[in-house]
Design a protein. Sequence first.
Lengths: 255, 178
Amino acid sequence: MPVIQIGPLALPVYPLALILGGWLGLEVSARAARRLGLDGDHIYNAAFAALIAGVVVGRLTHVIVYWSAYRSQPLEIIGLNTRAFLPVPALIAAIAAWCWYVYRHKLPWLIMLDALAPGLLVAVGIIDVGAFVAGRNLGAPSDLPWAVMQFEVSRHPAQLYEAAAAFGGAAFVWWIIAQARPSGVAALVALAWYGLSRWLLEPFHADSLTMLGGLRTAQVVGFVVALVALWLLARRARTSDAPGIEASAGEVHDT
Amino acid sequence: MTRARWKFLILGLLVVGVVWIGVNRVPGGGGEAANALPPAPAVGHPAPDFTVTTLAGEPFTLSELRGKPVVLNFWATWCPPCRAELPELQAAAQRYDGEIVIAGVNQAEAAGQVREFADAMGLGFVIPLDADAQVSRKYGARSLPTTFFIDREGVIRQIQIGPVTEATLAQLLRTIYP
């Protein structure tokens, strides 16, 4: 596992990429929020609420599920082990806390989602680069000229394909935001873009999770998500074409 | 875009999408396909094979353990987090005796030094000696401790960098046992 060595301290690359991706993603989202007429601090505050809720619920559910292990080591309940979390409850709690923050501060939902969109794509891109450097999510064997040697096998740099798609998506979504489209469009475009990129690029991975006799799960889920996002975009385009709707979208942008 | 163009776009994508998903199906249905991948120290790949001598002086070949889940831990006596987690591995070795193989690969230390340490700690699990750090290099285990959780088919299911606790070990073992 690649690490950055600082004296006796070995910092693994992938967790560093997670932190860097999260931080830069938030900064991009905060800038997008300001561009959309919102206070960028709301992005940081909502993310902080989500982080705290995710950490607390993720650890508590871990303690409940593995109580027999914690009973003899109660101090581990507040231990710093980053593995001791259940990710699904943590994610649900984080989303709930984010929604609670938006509701409590009466923020416009769609504009908050629009602001999040480019930041999330930037975060995904940075994490993909981290995965490439750390040798995670390896690419399928390939003899193409741009294949890279990882673990003594020439492979597709699949993580970099996905990083390029994510950064390209972030730039496109940023452009959409700059065009002052109706609220919600940037978020749907980001969702469609990400779903399509997973659908297109997942086959270049060596170790995809599979379902239903060999279908690649990420590819199928990405495709369904992209179709739903495109369908919602089509509906949004129809309602935006209706008289009066464009004006209300413009008012929202001014909030 | 007009309504008709949206319909054309979505229907066209539906057709192309289903074809692309079908063409890229993993042959063999997934689970068995992992063994067709080249060995690599990465989740979902077969664990790279190696043969070294254990502290007891016996040969240790990873591939001969096929059929049993294996916890492959890389450690050294000078590493404080390793010392902190070794009692957890010892407890697991006793709890799952005969069902899960716990192997603590010692990284590039003299056999005498490792024996003295293992005796003092009361370690009873197998300790393969990676005298020239070849196995560590093969597994990319640069920061210690690093632990690989390998299923019965010899496929890596989880990698833990840093020490395990009793709770996280129980969580990680669920990926390879039962």
